[in-house]
Ligand binder design. Sequence first.
Ligand code: BDR
Ligand code: CA
Length: 317
Amino acid sequence: RRKLILDLDTGIDDAMAIAYALGAPDVDLIGIIGSYGNVIVEEGGKNSLKILELLGATDVPVYLGESHASQTDHFDRLPVSANIHGENGIGGVQLPEAKRPLETTSGVDFLIDAVNQYGKDLTLVPTGPLTNLAAAIKKDPDLPTKIGNVTIMGGALTVPGNVTPYAEANIHQDAEAANAVFTSPIRLTMVGLDVTLRNILTKKETQEWRNLKTKAGTDFADIVDYYIDAYADFDATLHGCVLHDPLAVGVALDPTLITSFDLNMIVSTDKESYGRTIGDTTRINQPDANITVGLTSDSKRYLETFMNYLTKLFKQN
Ligand code: BDR
Ligand code: CA
């Protein structure tokens, strides 16, 4: 079974990423690392524990990663996230406190140890800022060539950003960290807004979860309906929410869900275009481009797979 680590700022779509990973066959979710963004790091970690408990996965450890961007010293939370994900990050739904604590080892050290233990058999999916991965690379410079699959939710190449005209939220949180990762020897798949915006979930699907009449089905429907309503405030034509983070897990497990092309990239740290993910002109003619950029997706097949995995899990919980 494939070893998987999620690095999340949990967050409603991050919670769906957990459910997708738990519902997928042949996946061994060996741990979750907490990040900051949708909520501060401790709250995100606690949300992950609560979601795991709701889904019957009480054996997956949750570690806390970095609490703020690499170049700052204040605790970060994206200002708009309270509107999109709710004050508590999970749509205001009050899940019971988890019965077990967060791990005391740091998320960055957990990641380094896992890479050294599992090497190419390890898949990492960060769906928050890239601060933890950049910190791990700084501590263990050979990590980029030792790790197996890295698939991130973040960035935007062919469409505008969602927090500024240039930048997507996760990359914008810590562009210096993202740039360090992108320009390292790592091979990475970028599931950015280019592909995530093509994958929408509506209340038709959350109603199917509600109809299961289980605690997990009802709680997830409540959590995700909050997200769908929040999206409606931004874009009434969508009639649903964007499946950003669970799509990254889907692509990590099945790369045929997207079309892509390979590019050497940088992340801008300039004031105006801070967080922009763009081709590196100085490496444009190098044949060994390291970033696989998702461009289109088989959204029908993805949504079917997403619903199969989550519904199976919600039926049992
Ligand atoms: C990303 O930003 C966060 O709010 C979401 O969880 C997702 O990871 C989308 O830009
Ligand atoms: Ca996220």
